[in-house]
Design a protein around this ligand. Structure first.
Ligand code: GUN
Length: 285
């Protein structure tokens, strides 16, 4: 039976280390890193994510500022707020929680965030830098996944990695990070023919589709490392569940991440790491 990769526990340790780092930065530079989070509307999932981000910032000693805006705020008003934060020299990171209300152009909003404050790593120039192998802010979820794989002591180089899902936030960037770590990477998705056969090739299997239990135990290669990025609500029980049938897949895998308590906490923890990175990039310039 495989081991659980406890994202909560790993997050606690990393946040403890970052808290020490932030104290040292405060002593050296006379201020701590600061993060501005914009939440538009009242989407309960977004509210919950944002609460988690603000709480983590407090634990690490990062200064955070939550800016809430009504769902009917105009795009211009949101862009003006981003511009204000871009110009505030004491703000190191600007994050706009997604999704945004339909009347707001998400791309235009992400474009407006100053590149050096893009703690999510979503800005097109950041994405370009990631793919060109230039210095960049790595998006939080993929960055957290790589930390979890490293935590298993698993050497990615030369291994087969299969990423199921092709989103801009997870699927595409995790494929690039795995490629950078010298894995041989396949990007599969919900329309891949014989998904099971493709997944069974994977020494590292990353599931990021957003469909409950799309990955069953028979799709897992014995001894594989399985990373479950799915956050789905079970319509019968109301419980959170992942894209992987965890209990059954754990019997086959060597390591597997739980939902909840796996990738989720690590995503938030990596946001703290990115905020510190942006602070350092800005302050030493
Ligand atoms: N919505 C879901 N995930 C994310 C994320 O990582 N960042 C932002 N800004 N919004 C999200």
């Amino acid at each position: 039976m495989g081991n659980i990769i406890d994202g909560k526990q790993l997050s606690l340790r990393l946040k403890g280390e970052m808290a020490e780092e932030v104290k040292a930065l405060d002593a050296k530079y006379g201020r701590v890193p600061s993060l501005a989070v914009i939440l538009v509307g009242e989407n309960p999932a977004s509210q919950s994510y944002v609460r988690g981000k603000i709480k983590a910032a407090g634990e690490v000693g990062i200064k955070s500022d939550l800016i809430t805006m009504p769902a009917d705020i105009s795009e211009e008003a949101l862009l003006a707020e981003i511009e204000r934060l871009n110009n505030d020299n004491l703000v190191d990171g600007v994050l706009v929680q997604l999704p945004l209300p339909k009347h707001i152009d998400e791309e235009r909003v992400i474009d407006a965030i100053a590149l050096e404050k893009d703690v999510d790593g979503f800005h097109p120039d950041n994405v370009a830098n990631l793919w060109l192998g230039k210095p960049c802010v790595e998006p939080c979820t993929p960055k957290g996944i790589m930390q979890m794989i490293a935590e298993c002591g698993f050497d990615v180089a030369g291994k087969r990695a299969v990423v199921v899902g092709r989103s801009n936030i997870v699927g595409k960037p995790i494929a690039k990070l795995l490629l950078d770590a010298n894995a041989t990477v396949t990007i599969a998705h919900s329309r891949t023919a014989d998904l099971g056969a493709v997944c069974r090739e994977a020494d590292i299997l990353v599931a990021a589709v957003g469909r409950k239990h799309i990955i069953t135990a028979d799709m897992v290669k014995p001894g594989a490392v399985v990373i479950d990025v799915g956050v789905n609500r079970d319509t019968e029980t109301g419980m959170l569940c992942g894209d992987v049938d965890t209990a059954a897949a754990q019997e086959v895998a060597s390591y597997i991440t739980p939902v909840p308590g796996g990738v989720g906490p690590m995503t938030i923890t990596m946001l703290m790491k990115n905020t510190i990175e942006c602070f350092l990039n800005r302050i030493v310039k």
